[in-house]
Write a new protein. Sequence first.
Length: 186
Amino acid sequence: MTTNVLMICGSLRRGSFNRALMNALPELAPSGMTLAEAPSFRGFPHYDADFQTSSGFPADVVVLADAIRAADAVIIISPEYNWTIPGALKNALDWVSRLSDQPLKEKPVAIQSATGGPLGGARMQYHLRMALTYLNAFVFGTPEVFVGLAQTKFDEKTLALKDEPTRKIIAQQLAAFGTFIAHMKG
Ligand SMILES: Cc1cc2nc3c(=O)[nH]c(=O)nc-3n(C[C@H](O)[C@H](O)[C@H](O)COP(=O)(O)O)c2cc1C
């Protein structure tokens, strides 16, 4: 049986370490797990309930929500901004959270992060866990993946993930996440 996991990258930056981390996941996944990138939230307007009332949900919000619903599970790979969730990612979660048939409800979700600093986004991950818990997602526990000092972990030119201990913990997390997804789907 195949498990389809949707990957949401929290950085919009060209040359993003989190995007590079996301791109490394398929080759580190256990057999039977396929990973695909989510549709972009780059064009989402700032969440505004008046806008929602007058214009409804933007088409690209609906596209992302549909992709989340269609996936068996989600993995969010994001930087930390000022010790918390980057605004664009939080805004995307806020938009999809307002849809009826809220897409993250009972959806298994794992988190990874890469940062230039040494802690690798730990504070962002705990804030993201809080928001996802409110949305009734099934948030995966351990092992956690924090890629600190990201500039030393990826190839300077190709952005390939070259750090072996990091590759190992990611493979362990994805294998454990696969088991978790199977449990949650009953
Ligand atoms: C607005 C802003 C806030 C940041 N805040 C943090 C932070 O709180 N902790 C941290 O470790 N790095 C922080 N950084 C540095 C990021 O870790 C670094 O820019 C990283 O490369 C961003 O991820 P990306 O390469 O995927 O875009 C911040 C960067 C920006 C632009």
